[in-house]
Design a protein around this ligand. Structure first.
Ligand code: 5GP
Ligand code: MN
Ligand code: MN
Ligand code: MN
Length: 304
């Protein structure tokens, strides 16, 4: 079935309350747990193997697994803790050690040096201006878990916006597509505001304007954050995924795969019976990089 070229996504009136939206639509939605390929299965010649990771948070030296072989590695963002040059360079060197022919990477909210409009995140760490909302206490958690001296984080938070120059061992996507093996992949870093991190946008129209750039013929969509209802459940039981991202995926783009991370506790794979949704967060909620990469095989398009 080909979708109508003129599908326009509307902003849901309850977009700022994704749990309420989910309560109102879940009975019409399918969320089917999916078991992906075992990485030890051989790749058949007419297939392309994708290996998905996300949220490695500058901890690739601490992985308790060997990254499985594949043709294409996808990384859905949060590869650093605070977007520092050294973290980007270390991640790039690690990418260089991997055998995958293509490595495709997007940024996440932790890549603060990639977003020229990202405010100085240290402002919200200032004890005089701080209030104790959940996003701010999350930042404190991040700083504590990562256990680096606070002063070092300020050293490179200038909005040079050319931090992606260090990513020489991969294809970096930012609201842009790439075609490999005849398969169209599109990547976007944006996610609903939570604190003052990079690529944060208000829910509703601002995020939808980013999703409207995703081409209809995208086969694999990579975003940093999840759509509503798939891999988006946080510990207090709230769904925090983007409502308009789900609408865009289901009503317009209909990719075969949607790969993301960001909500570490949502690691897992589900399907709505058309798209397969992969939350590939490598780190768990405590920033321990212990979740195994997700592996899937796609048919090579005819003639490739
Ligand atoms: P990160 O800081 O790596 O982007 O996200 C780490 C964790 O912060 C997630 O696993 C989740 O627990 C929490 N988090 C991130 N974004 C949101 C959000 O929009 N809402 C809520 N409630 N928690 C979030
Ligand atoms: Mn993360
Ligand atoms: Mn499509
Ligand atoms: Mn994130």
């Amino acid at each position: 079935m080909e979708e109508d070229d003129d599908v326009r996504i509307n902003v849901h009136p309850l977009t700022n309350n994704p749990s309420a939206v989910w309560s109102s639509i879940w009975h019409m939605q399918k969320v089917i747990p999916i078991h992906l390929e075992s990485p030890s299965d051989a790749v058949t010649p007419n297939k392309v193997r994708f290996v998905c990771m996300s949220d490695t948070h500058a901890l690739t030296h601490n992985l308790n697994f060997k990254v499985p072989y594949g043709d294409v590695l996808l990384h859905a963002g949060d590869f650093t803790s605070f977007g520092r040059d050294e973290e980007i360079k270390t991640f790039n060197r690690w990418l260089g050690t991997l055998p995958h022919k293509y490595k495709i990477v997007i940024a996440g909210n932790h890549e603060i040096s990639f977003d020229p409009n990202c405010e100085n995140i240290m402002q919200i760490f200032n004890p005089t201006t701080r209030s104790a909302n959940s996003a701010e206490s999350h930042l404190v958690t991040c700083l504590n878990i990562i256990k680096k001296p606070f002063a070092r984080f300020t050293e490179r938070h200038t909005a040079t916006s050319n931090a992606s120059q260090y990513l020489t061992n991969c294809i970096y996507l930012e609201d842009s597509p790439v075609v490999v093996y005849g398969i169209k992949i599109y990547g976007s870093p944006w996610q609903p505001e939570f604190g003052k991190w990079a690529f944060n946008l208000p829910r509703g129209k601002p995020l939808l304007s980013k999703w409207n750039k995703i081409p209809d013929d995208t086969d694999i969509l990579i975003t940093h954050g999840p759509p509503l209802g798939h891999g988006d459940l946080v510990r207090n039981g709230d769904h925090v995924g983007c409502v308009e991202l789900l609408s865009t995926v289901q009503q317009r783009v209909r990719p075969k795969y949607h790969v993301f991370g960001h909500i570490h506790e949502g690691y897992g794979v589900t399907s709505d019976e058309y798209t397969i949704f992969i939350n590939a967060s490598t780190c768990d909620i405590n920033y321990i990089p212990k979740n195994y990469p997700m592996v899937f095989d796609m048919d090579l398009p005819p003639g490739v």
